[in-house]
Design a binder for this molecule. Structure first.
Ligand code: BGC
Length: 453
């Protein structure tokens, strides 16, 4: 893409190497602050204890149920762990509509229990007392494996009456209200933990689990002596614990202002959780499309793209009036497109603007806009992962990754690796592996590992 004016316009999305190192430095300090009792109150990154202290061996066996709430879909799963690092999974997706996402917590948990009952019936699993792992992908203070107090909702959820409540209890109560289900809730876990467990099940060198999907977060294996929040009884027999960083909250005390743009601020102001999850809002699928929508509207207004289109104002109005019209998956499709046909880009432009003929140059420009925004997101994820790899400081570290952005975007993995090579200690080698159904297999593994103890 050669257009210098458009390049200048998008400059603020390009993170320079010196900015990258500064974000890295601040991020690394914040992880340390989250782990230390003296500083954690002010820390953006809270580093929650998961109470999971064993990684799977691969020999786990048995039948489990799993619930997965917190991504694009709500799912119920039946997981059979077969030993020899193998698992079989059956699952069903259920809709959680906007009304439920922002209604009362009781309605949401009743819905979850109803879906669970439907699933159990359909797959003839009742009366089996199956242990259940609940992948609940929101920040929680865990008070043990089955007790998790919700700290805050994220990703467009905002259900009344649930913050600071124990989501394990809310689930058990909803199950009890139905009175027809015999289920044993064994563990509540975050999706990052599920990802780490699921990847460690296949590769014992896995130490970090990352989600780049609707939201963004990571967990990692920490030495118990560094986990100051962890009660001493958990330090007697075990050497490690999985820490759920909740890094999406980074930036809330102003540490990312030097790289945030006015577009990021607009997105935050329009969100359900203003001032919260600021790093997440620069990275995750829930916000990436919105960033492109806002940037594109301004770029058209300033005649930087689609300048020869006859009804420019109509494009601008479409973008400004239709919140979320530019979906995150469009970014992946556009960046995956081929020069000079730009077939997918043209289909998207037709869908969005009823545009019949876009010039090759405009398609290239649109791709450049998408690329700047997704590259920035990948750079920021890479900062977080690199910091954790260097902290773990083992000679080789494998990172399990999942989430729609990572899965669907054609270059996200490559962008991340490129930046990680700049930041990871050269004495450490690393690899990224795609997780296979972390929220299902991972939840079953946590339940399995928990029942071993
Ligand atoms: C939540 C995390 C979760 C992440 C990815 C964030 O909004 O706070 O708990 O792991 O999304 O789903």
């Amino acid at each position: 893409m050669q257009d210098q004016r458009l390049k200048d316009f998008l400059k603020e999305f390009i993170i320079s190497d010196s900015q990258l190192h500064e974000v890295y430095k601040r991020f690394t300090t914040e992880i340390q602050n989250g782990l230390s009792l003296a500083t954690r109150k002010q820390a953006d990154i809270k580093c929650y204890m998961t109470y999971i202290q064993d990684l799977p061996t691969g020999d786990e066996k048995g039948n489990y149920l799993a619930l997965d709430l917190g991504g694009t879909n709500f799912r119920v799963l039946h997981v059979s762990l077969k030993g020899h690092h193998e698992a079989e999974i059956e699952s069903k997706v259920f809709v959680v509509d906007k009304e439920l996402m922002t209604g009362h917590g009781t309605q949401l948990f009743d819905h979850i229990a109803n879906c669970l009952a439907e699933f159990v019936k359909e797959y003839s699993l009742n009366n089996q007392h199956l242990p259940l792992g609940f992948t609940f992908s929101f920040p929680c203070v865990q008070l043990g494996l089955t007790k998790a107090l919700l700290v805050r909702w994220t990703k467009g959820f905002n259900c009344a009456g649930s913050v600071q409540e124990d989501v394990g209890r809310l689930l058990k109560e909803a199950i009890a209200r139905r009175g027809d289900l015999e289920i044993n809730v064994m563990a509540i876990l975050n999706d990052t933990t599920g990802t780490l467990m699921s990847c460690a099940h296949r590769n014992p060198e896995c130490r970090i689990g990352v989600i780049v999907g609707t939201g963004c977060n990571a967990c990692y294996v920490e030495r118990v002596e560094n986990a100051e929040l962890l009660e001493s009884e958990y330090k007697v027999d075990k050497t490690h614990i999985i820490v759920n960083t909740e890094w999406g909250a980074f930036g809330e005390s102003g540490k990312l202002e030097f790289v945030r743009t006015d577009y990021d601020r607009t997105i935050d102001k329009a969100s359900l959780n203003v001032g919260s999850q600021l790093l997440e809002k620069m990275i995750s699928g829930m916000y990436l499309g919105e960033l492109v929508r806002l940037v594109l509207a301004d770029a058209i207004t300033q005649n930087l793209i689609f300048s020869r289109t006859s009804d420019k104002q109509c494009l601008i109005n479409t973008l400004r009036e239709n919140v979320c019209c530019f979906e995150a998956r469009f970014i992946s499709e556009i960046e995956n497109d081929n020069f000079p046909d730009f077939q997918q880009t043209r289909t998207i432009l037709k869908e969005l603007f009823a545009m019949e003929k876009a010039s090759v140059e405009d398609c290239q420009k649109l791709r450049y806009i998408c690329e700047c925004i997704s590259r920035r997101a990948a750079n920021l994820v890479a900062v977080g992962i690199s910091s954790l790899i260097n902290r773990i400081a083992e000679p080789h570290v494998v990172v399990g990754v999942d989430g729609s952005v990572y899965r669907l975007h054609p270059h996200f993995d490559a962008y991340m690796r490129e930046t990680m090579r700049k930041l990871v200690n050269p004495k450490i080698t690393f690899d990224l592996m795609l997780s296979e159904d972390g929220s299902g297999r991972g939840a079953a593994l946590v339940a399995a590992v928990a029942s071993k103890n």
